[in-house]
Design a protein around this ligand. Structure first.
Ligand code: KIV
Ligand code: ZN
Length: 384
């Protein structure tokens, strides 16, 4: 029987950091890595050391300082990349070398110009070499989502025989549908002869908005590790968002029976640290960490949530690190929310002046997007 523990592999500092606008310098990478440890991720992918001396150094410092999670870094299936990874992470408490090599015919023919057998050979040699250096080796057959499932099985068997300890199945282009990706994971887990010798992981991209759904499908079909990033940043449309997969597993735990080691109250602080360091805002309607994720604006919803938050909230904002749920006052708000906010601000308008105050509020709300606490003070301080 599969274990109930899902391991969270964070690649914010590699797949996330490599995307335009999200570059982080050495110190910023270290700050994110420290916060990822506090957040409770199981694996930190610190970078791609062969890419630059700066990235090599940042990976090396992360490996030396961060003690709890496994520290990994990415290599193509060539010795110079593997040597760079090992040079950067060998001082980690728990180092892991991550090797990527294509598996789809599209990539094999159009990117590598090799035969399937040549690719297999290269992958096996890379894993054997990496295992001669490090006990933990992850192998990612790139573009597995568009590969021939039987060739994928053959590849996975061969690299496990060569010593790979984790097999990560990526939907590199974000092409798969959840049912399709789930079936692919099941096909691999059930048909690979030596499957019990490795952990199976998934790595999904969000080109069609399905990264989290596809990762979930992978877990439902035998994977026990998910690669993800804070705020879902990553190549093109990004990767599976850490906050989405962690809260999905937490909120639906009674149904799914799966657990992570994530300290969920650290989710928003981590998201906000990344935003502050990159200067890139999260879209307001982003699940879990967007500014509107717990904001209630329409009168019907505000009234419902003030009566009982269960009416419109499936998780508590404080459980993911927000201060409180946010009742936003707009022209669509109702009297219940208006009175509630006045009360919280200590602006107790006398009952005979409430109708007038309400009309005054609507007049202002009609030409402002949001009526702030400062606006309310300005409008009603004199009335109390
Ligand atoms: O998207 C991808 O295939 C990758 C691999 C390195 C796992 O990022
Ligand atoms: Zn990726």
């Amino acid at each position: 029987m599969k274990s109930d523990r899902v391991f969270i592999f964070d690649t914010t500092l590699r797949d996330g950091e490599q995307s335009p606008g999200f570059g982080l310098d050495h110190d910023a990478k270290l700050r994110v890595a420290r916060q990822l440890e506090v957040l409770g991720v199981d694996v930190i992918e610190a970078g791609f050391p062969i890419s630059s001396p700066g990235d090599f150094e940042a990976c090396r410092e992360i490996a030396r300082e961060i003690r709890e999670p496994v520290i990994t870094a990415l290599a193509r299936a060539v010795r110079k990349d593997i040597d760079a990874v090992w040079g950067a992470i060998q001082d980690a408490e728990r180092p892991q070398i991550h090797i990527v090599l294509s598996v789809s015919d599209i990539h094999i023919e159009r990117k590598l110009g090799l035969s399937r057998e040549q690719v297999l050979q290269r992958g096996v040699e890379a894993v054997e070499y990496a295992r001669s250096l490090c006990n933990e080796v992850e192998y990612s057959p790139e573009d597995a989502g568009r590969s021939d499932p039987d060739y994928l099985v053959e590849t996975v068997e061969r690299v496990i025989d060569a010593g790979a300890t984790t097999i990560n199945i990526p939907d590199t282009t974000g092409y798969c549908l959840p049912g399709e990706f789930g079936s692919l994971i099941r096909h691999v887990v059930e048909n690979v002869r030596n499957a019990e010798q490795a952990i199976f992981s998934v790595h999904c991209h969000n080109d069609l908005g399905l990264a989290t759904a596809n990762s979930m499908a992978g877990l439902e079909n035998g994977a026990r590790r998910v690669e993800c990033t804070v705020n879902g940043i990553g190549e093109r449309a990004g990767n599976t968002a850490l906050e989405e997969i962690a809260m999905l597993l937490a909120v639906r735990q009674p149904l799914l029976g799966l657990e992570t080691g994530i300290a969920t109250s650290q989710i928003v602080p981590t998201s906000q640290l990344l935003t502050a360091l990159t200067g890139v805002q999260v879209q307001p309607n982003k699940a879990v960490v967007g500014a509107n994720a717990f904001a209630h604006a329409s009168g019907i919803h505000q009234d419902g949530v003030l009566k009982d938050r269960l009416n419109y909230e499936i998780m508590r904002p404080e459980d993911v690190g927000w201060d409180d749920n946010r009742i936003v006052l707009t022209a669509r708000s109702g009297r219940h929310a208006f009175r509630h906010r006045l009360g919280r601000l200590g602006l107790e308008v006398p009952p005979d002046r409430l109708d007038h105050a309400w009309e005054e509020f609507l007049r202002v709300a009609d030409h402002r997007k949001v009526v702030t606490d400062a606006d309310l003070h300005e409008l009603f301080s004199a009335a109390v």
